[in-house]
Every structure is written in C-alpha cells, then in structure tokens.
Design a protein around this ligand. Structure first.
Ligand code: SIN
Length: 299
C-alpha cells in the first residue's frame, strides 16, 4: 500500500484528508470518531470569546447542488471548549481548533486560551456581522490577525480564506506575510434561497454560505492560484465528495484536503477517498508529492 503520510502546515499527517471545520466538530466524541474512521486530522467547529446562539432558524437549507448554511457561529465560547478538544484527541489524529474573533486581540485571546495541535483562523465566514469575511476580505486585517495569533500561540497557525473577493491570492499572501503555516481555501460562497410560494427568504438570516458540489470548481481555481503564488502549503476544501474530487484538489496544488458537506453520507468517505487515492497513485506510478500541483506544471 502506497503511503499517504506527509507533513502539512506544521503537522505530521497519516493521510492528507481532514474533517472540515463546522461539520461534526461541535463535540469531542464526533471529532474523535472522525479520527477513528480514517481522517488524517480533524478541525473543530469555530469557537469565539463568548457563547453565541447563532442566527435564528432555519439555519440550513438543502438545494440541488449543495447546502446553504447560516449557522451564525453558534458556540459555547473557548472557555467551555477545551474538554471537547481533549476528548477529540482520543481519535488518535491531530486536532485543529478553528477560532474566530472580531480583531487581532480577540483572536489571540481565544487561541491562546486553548491547547490544540494547530489553529485555523476563521477569517472567512460569509454571514456573521463583525466576524469572518467582514474582517478577512481585507489583506491588511488578515496579516495583522495572523501575526497576532502567531505571537500568542506556540502551535502552527492556518488561515481559512474567503472566496467572496476578487483577489484571493492577495489574502493568501497577506496570511503568509503574517507568518501563517498554511492557508485553507475556501470557505463557503455567500448565497441565498427564496421560497417561491411564500416569497420569503428561506434562511432566518436571509444570507448564508453555499457548500457542496457546486463550489468545487471555484475551490479548485482558488487552490491552483494560491499554490502558484505562495510558499506555504494550501489546504483545499470545497465540494470534495469522492477520491476524484480530492485528486483534483491535489493536482491543483493542495497539500491536504478537507471534507465537509460530504460527511452527510457518513464517515466512510475518509476511507473511500484514501483507498481511491492510493490506487490512483499506484496506477500512475507516482508519489503524492509528485502528484501535487501537476496540473500547474502541465498548464
Ligand atoms: C457558522 O458556524 O456559522 C459557519 C462557519 C463558517 O461559515 O465559517
């Protein structure tokens, strides 16, 4: 069996597949299960300074090509979350804490108040006032927040970027300049759905973030552009549901791949994708390293 192990963004991974933030990441038990079911690392739900209920419901709507969520960053605050991270560690793989804040000092306070294997900075949620993409669409903010968290914690820092901008590479370069160990691309695309009978927007918050198969081509393009421009690893996320999707991300230049919406089909997705990737590498007589970014070298 060909090895899928490697070093990504300051972590040693047994395979390049991770549970994406927000999906089954609220409890330590579900995070640990993802580790036991084959993920190479797991990312928690985003946590912030104080408890939040999130947006009024409905918070999720399934559409033909994916899901639109407007959860609104519900979380119990970092003060009540360490126990979940500790439990998640029982899954036997690195646990990455996703954190959010409204400015560099909030981000730093939350991250330095947690012990995790790495931190993923949510500078990209498209539907939470004062947080996420509202800050993360400006390169200067991305750099400042990244630098502050890097100073505050001893663990690797990854920055999750928004695709809802005209120049995601500018954001990636800002994260790199601030000292990020990796960027994660992409968060959801700002979206909405309307009920045609009532005429009302379906989501309580009206706007949410689209995930699932529809956004994969956008994610692939972002990974391709970012990995061409940056010296730090790019972790791809967006619409990955099968090994071919993961392969496409790696060919575009991703060092690892996160899986989110596809988890609605069960945890088996990690083992299925790992098996498909291994067979592909054997068939192509390639290593993972040789595969990474091949599409760029062929363009
Ligand atoms: C949420 O919890 O509101 C989703 C987080 C995100 O889109 O980054």
């Amino acid at each position: 069996m060909i090895s899928l192990a490697g070093d990504v963004g300051g972590l040693r991974l047994r395979n390049p597949l991770m549970l994406a933030a927000g999906i089954l990441g609220t409890t330590g038990a579900s995070l640990a299960r993802a580790g036991r079911e084959g993920a190479g690392a797991v990312v928690t739900k985003s946590v912030g300074l104080t408890p939040r209920d999130g947006h009024p419901g409905p918070t999720v709507v399934r559409i033909g090509v994916g899901l639109i969520n407007a959860m609104g960053l519900p979380n119990p605050s970092y003060l009540a979350f360490q126990q979940e991270i500790d439990l998640a560690r029982e899954g036997g793989v690195p646990v990455v804490a996703s954190v959010f804040g409204s400015d560099p000092s909030e981000f730093s306070q939350v991250a330095s108040g947690l012990v995790a294997d790495a931190f993923e900075l949510n500078l990209s949620c498209p539907h939470a006032e004062r947080y996420g993409a509202e800050i993360g669409c400006q390169p200067a903010n991305v750099e400042e927040v990244t630098r502050a968290v890097k100073r505050a914690v001893g663990a690797p820092v990854w920055v999750k970027l928004t695709p809802n901008v005209s120049d995601i590479v500018g954001l990636g370069l800002a994260a790199q300049q601030g000292g990020a160990d990796a960027v994660v691309a992409i968060n959801t695309l700002k979206a909405m759905a309307i009920d045609v009978e009532s005429g009302y927007p379906i989501l309580g918050n009206r706007f949410g973030g689209l995930s699932g198969p529809a956004i994969k081509p956008v994610a692939i393009r972002c990974v391709y552009e970012l990995s061409a421009a940056l010296d730090i690893p790019v972790i791809g996320v967006g619409g990955v549901g099968c090994w071919q999707d993961a392969a496409e991300m790696i060919l575009a230049g991703a060092s690892a791949v996160q899986i989110g919406t596809a988890l609605s089909g069960g945890y088996q997705v990690f083992r299925d994708i790992a098996a498909g990737l291994s067979k592909y590498l054997v068939r192509k007589d390639m290593t993972l390293e040789e595969m990474r970014g091949l599409a760029r070298r062929r363009s």
